[in-house]
Design a binder for this molecule. Structure first.
Ligand SMILES: [Fe+2]
Length: 417
């Protein structure tokens, strides 16, 4: 109660007026309003029937705060909630469940939020210092132990090594299970026999032919980027620290080809100094030249890593990549965020331009060409083509971002939307 009272004082008397990007009255309105958990519930068939041959589940992840925020809140700050539709024997069952992360469970038992919001919590110098002190006090009092993870598992789902995981890039994967009656169960946080530490990207890439999973983590302390992979059975293999990443960068996604893993070192980075001054922990550096780094997929170290400057190219997501020209070139398809400085605070002002980026490995030349004029992101492809040349991309149309007004099917070979 004492801690919560201090929290109220910070929210009501120390926080400056909230900007729209972190004002929950705006951020959680309309389509983004939080929803409750829903136990497995049979759906009514309004018209027609579900073919009996359809047997499977569609499941998705997204932020959904357990408690209505009383202070600043960003879209990325919510607890992960999974929504599934299980279709089997002509019936459909809908279910919504939180990922039972350590944070979610501790806060559920406490009856209130304990961990400060990451993206929005640093609203001013005084408020951020007060929140840090309050959280430290909660840790000292035994309310929260960060060793068990601070993640929200709110970003994505992945399936490899015959297991389903809910992911958020600030923590380890949480293993998930769909029960036969359509419920979603959290099995637990996974460190892969002690071989995976700290965190893992929410966008690993699974090779459809080998079953291997490729991933990485990025942190604010050296090594800023670490590349690794899992074998087809889901066993975590060796870490490859990327020491040629000389400052912390916001690396949300990457791509693989059959030969390489491809990273983009973009202009958005972690800014611990700005955070101390009350700014966001993540910000844009206009003086930095974005670059693409390629490393052989099976590399044991970064000795064969090569970097290529790509001025003006800042992607958060990567759709796909492949080897071309007898291995002398690499092609990556990814949306370029324009202008990049609006990424976190004014998502509604950004235009995501889908581009094809070609790296000539013999000359080092990088060629870029837009393949659609639409404002599109969150692109997906037929998963059988991950790392291989593909033709179609399905992407969400921003109207403006993050509101989505439709889906566009893009033919990469024709370059038309
Ligand atoms: Fe993402």
């Amino acid at each position: 109660m004492i801690f919560n009272a201090f929290d109220e004082i910070i929210n009501n008397f120390i926080d400056p007026p909230l900007k729209p990007s972190v004002d929950p009255r705006y951020v959680l309105s309309d389509n983004f309003a939080p929803v409750d958990e829903l136990p497995p519930t049979a759906c009514e068939v309004e018209e027609g029937s579900l073919p009996s041959c359809l047997d499977g589940a569609y499941i998705r992840n997204g932020p959904n705060p357990q408690y209505l925020p009383r202070g600043p809140y960003h879209w990325f700050d919510g607890d992960g909630m999974l929504h599934s539709i299980r279709i089997s024997q002509g019936r459909a069952i809908l279910c919504s469940r939180y990922v039972k992360t350590y944070k979610y469970t501790i806060e559920r038992d406490a009856g209130s939020q304990i961990l400060p919001n990451c993206f929005s919590g640093f609203n001013s110098l005084t408020a951020s210092a007060a929140r840090a002190a309050l959280f430290a006090a909660r840790i000292l009092a035994g309310q929260f132990n960060p060793v068990y993870g601070i993640g929200l598992a709110n970003t994505s789902l992945t399936f490899f090594g015959n297991k389903l995981y809910a992911l958020g890039e600030s923590d380890l994967p949480y293993a998930i299970r769909l029960t036969s009656d359509g419920d979603i169960e959290t099995i637990g946080r996974r460190d892969f026999d002690g071989n995976l530490s700290m965190s893992m990207t929410a966008h690993p890439k699974i090779d459809p032919d080998t079953g291997e999973a490729f991933a990485f983590r990025y942190v604010s302390m050296p090594p800023f980027l670490t590349y690794f992979h899992f074998d087809a059975s889901g066993n975590k293999k060796w870490d490859v620290p990327i020491l040629s990443m000389v400052r912390p960068s916001f690396i949300h996604d990457f791509a693989i080809t059959k030969k390489y893993a491809i990273f983009t070192d973009i202009q958005i980075g972690m800014k611990p100094i700005e955070m101390i001054n009350g700014g966001s922990p993540v910000g844009t550096d206009p003086t930095k030249t974005p670059r693409l780094g390629i490393i052989p997929r099976s590399a044991k170290d970064e000795s064969q890593m090569r970097w290529f400057n790509v001025p003006g190219f800042n992607n958060l997501h990567a759709v796909n990549a492949w080897d071309e020209d007898d291995g002398n070139a690499i092609v990556m398809v990814a949306p370029n965020i324009l202008p990049v400085e609006h990424t976190l605070e004014r998502m509604d002002l950004i235009h995501a331009l889908m581009e094809k980026v070609t790296i000539d490995l013999s000359t080092g030349m990088v060629k870029r060409s837009p393949i659609s004029a639409w404002n599109i992101d969150f692109g997906v492809i037929n998963q059988a083509y991950i790392g291989k040349k593909n033709r179609y991309v399905y992407a969400a149309v921003g109207d403006p971002m993050p509101k989505i007004s439709g889906i566009v099917k893009l033919d990469v070979t024709k370059g038309e939307g």
